[in-house]
Structures are given as structure tokens and as C-alpha cells.
Write a protein that binds this ligand. Structure first.
Ligand code: SF4
Length: 353
């Protein structure tokens, strides 16, 4: 049974025509699903009973159900654990910020990339999410927090490597940015990748992939350190990655975000900050740097650097006139590391069994 959240607008029109209905039915369906965010076909009151019966029998709307959630008392962020139809679970995080609300979405169950500082990758990759499963994270979260607290920003930084699930991620971005569907601004969507070079190139060459912001999980300024914490670097070297990023045809105002998880004793020396500045070199206007002090999780071999070290690192980048910002994790009082809430639920189920 197909979920209607699986279709971009032209696919939805095609599907509607295939049922022998007029094209405007796509517009009606889109309004109910994406503007009104109804939970059932029976609420679509301007469709005939026959059409509603057909929809109930042959298609579905929702593909996620809420398994649990944790709300931070410190900053109001909410971490959702969603149950998929096959029983697997994924997470999304709602982050209220000054003037806007952001949702961090997952793109895979687990992840194959294997970054050493990441909790999600512990069990490897289980499967890609479908387009509907990505989009439903947005819709269900929006319903949960209330339609009056509009989620205007979406970051693909949850569980999984988005560019390893290229087609479904692309279609979800089409749905998010299409004015006839969710209608978010392209510049408010960020795709974060571990740096799979051929997929980054593909995305920029693909005229059907709406241009959105790109973030790269860099985390080191030299090949040796990066390989230690990000095995993907063995085949996607830091040199080739930066060469590619320096040449991408980015739009004005779409600076590439370099994410740098600062880990005690691994990549947090002043020398690392100087090396990072040198790596960026004359391309300062193309990048912003997000310094993210590591968020320890149970069993992790790494530690968070102290505040002084973080500030020193930050200051050095500013001395080079590089736009750098420190981002302390939101919701530090809840299971903040990506994948942690999911692991808690799995452990709970294992105990029950
Ligand atoms: S940081 Fe992202 S790409 Fe790396 S293992 Fe975790 S989920 Fe995968």
C-alpha cells in the first residue's frame, strides 16, 4: 500500500491521473496532507465518499508512530523516537531557537559510515528510510508541537548519511521546498554529509536536486587525524574533499558549513585550529565553521574538552577572520547524542524479552 507522502508533486499528479481522477485532485490532496496536516483521509471533506473509500483501501498517510519522547527542561528541545512499520526506530529532534524552530531529521536506520565519535553507527546500517519516512518526521513533529509553532528549518543531521540515501533524500527536499507542498525556503534546509565526494558532486550537477545548504562533518584539519576518527577519509581524502568544496557552484548566501566536533586530546590543540585556518586558506568567504564540543555517550572512548580549550580554539579561527561559532549541544539533559534514545528503547525491549 503506497503512502501519499512518498510522492513529489509531479508524481502525485501522475498517480491521481492513473486513478482516472482530474488533475486538481492532486492539489486538494496536497492541501490536506501538507497544509492542514490531517491524520486521516476521512478528514478530507471536499473529496467524495467514493474517493475517500478508495484512498482508505489503496493508500495510506502516516508511516511513523510515536514510540517515546524526551523534552529538555533547559532549552525546550524535544527528542522524538519514532517507530517505523517494520518495527525499527529512528529519531528526530525539535529545536526551538530565537525567532525560528528547527527539526533535525534522520535519513537511515543506523549508519555504515563508522565515525568513531558517533553513537548511531554502533550497529552499522540497517536500511535507508523511504521518502515518506523522512517527510513524516517533519509532519508528525509539527503536529506534536502544534501548527502555530511552525518548523521553518530542517537539518539533515540525524541518524544516517543523507547522501548515501540520495534519491529518497532528494525527493524529500523536493517535497519540503515545493510551494504546492510544504513550501519551506531552500536556504532554511541543510544537508549534512560526512564528505562522500562523488555524491556531493552528483548533488550539485543534478538539476532536479533543489539547491539547499551544505554542511560537511570535517572534524580534523589533517589527513592522519581525520582518518583516525572518520574511516571514510581513507577513500575520500581531506585534500580531495576540500578541492571539491572549493569548486562547488554555491549560490551567494549559501556558505558551506564545516562542522568540527572538538574532542579532547584528539583535534583540539591550538595547532589544529591553525591547520584548519590554513586548510580553508583564501576561501574564507565560502565557509563557516561550527565548533561542536563532543557530547560524551555511554561507552564512548572520547571526552569533551574544557571550556578554556574550546574558547582558545574558537579565538584562533577568529584571528584568521574565519566565521566560526561554538555550538554546545541542545538538550544536554536528555539523550542528546544522536541514536542514544533509540539505543535506550532497544535495551528496554531486550530486557522485556
Ligand atoms: S556522524 Fe553521521 S555519517 Fe558519521 S557515523 Fe554518525 S550518522 Fe553516520
Amino acid at each position: 500500500m503506497v503512502s501519499l507522502k512518498e510522492f513529489n508533486y509531479s508524481e502525485l499528479e501522475r498517480w491521481v491521473r492513473k486513478q482516472g481522477w482530474k488533475k486538481f485532485r492532486a492539489k486538494q490532496l496536497s492541501k490536506w496532507i501538507y497544509t492542514k496536516k490531517v491524520r486521516s483521509f476521512d478528514e478530507m471533506t471536499d473529496l467524495s465518499k467514493d474517493i475517500r473509500n478508495f484512498l482508505n483501501k489503496n493508500s495510506k498517510l502516516n508511516v511513523l508512530s510515536l514510540a517515546s519522547y524526551e523534552k529538555s527542561s533547559e532549552d525546550g528541545s524535544i527528542k522524538f523516537l519514532w517507530k517505523l512499520e517494520d518495527g525499527h526506530t529512528i529519531e528526530s529532534v525539535f529545536i526551538p531557537e530565537r525567532g525560528h524552530n528547527t527539526l533535525c531529521v534522520s535519513t537511515q536506520v543506523g549508519c555504515a559510515v563508522g565515525c568513531k565519535f558517533c553513537f548511531t553507527t554502533t550497529d552499522g546500517l540497517i536500511r535507508n528510510l523511504t521518502t515518506a519516512e523522512i517527510i513524516d518526521q517533519y509532519i508528525q513533529s509539527q503536529i506534536f508541537v502544534g501548527l502555530d509553532r511552525r518548523i521553518s528549518n530542517v537539518v539533515y543531521m540525524g541518524m544516517g548519511e543523507p547522501l548515501a540515501n540520495y534519491e529518497n533524500v532528494k525527493k524529500s527536499v523536493q517535497i519540503l521546498t515545493d510551494d504546492r507542498m510544504l513550501g519551506l525556503s531552500n536556504r532554511k534546509i541543510t544537508i549534512s554529509s560526512s564528505g562522500i565526494i562523488h555524491q556531493i558532486k552528483k548533488m550539485y550537477e543534478d538539476s532536479t536536486f533543489p539547491q539547499v545548504r551544505l554542511a560537511i562533518s570535517l572534524n580534523a584539519a589533517d589527513q592522519g587525524t581525520r582518518e583516525k576518527i572518520m574511516p571514510i577519509s581513507e577513500t575520500n581524502s581531506i585534500h580531495d574533499l576540500m578541492e571539491t568544496l572549493n569548486r562547488l557552484p554555491i549560490k551567494t548566501g549559501y556558505r558551506i558549513m564545516l562542522e568540527y566536533v572538538l574532542i579532547k586530546g584528539i583535534n583540539d590543540r591550538p595547532e589544529d585550529a591553525h591547520n584548519l585556518a590554513k586548510l580553508i586558506g583564501r576561501h574564507k568567504k565560502r565557509y563557516k565553521v561550527n565548533i561542536i564540543p563532543f557530547n560524551p555517550f555511554p561507552g564512548s572512548e572520547f571526552k569533551r574538552p574544557d571550556k578554556d580549550t574550546v574558547e582558545k580554539f574558537h579565538k584562533i579561527l577568529w584571528q584568521y577572520n574565519i566565521g566560526a561559532f561554538v555550538r554546545w549541544s541542545k538538550g544536554a539533559d536528555i539523550s542528546a547524542a544522536c541514536g542514544q534514545l533509540r539505543k535506550k528503547e532497544i535495551d528496554r525491549l531486550v530486557k522485556i524479552v
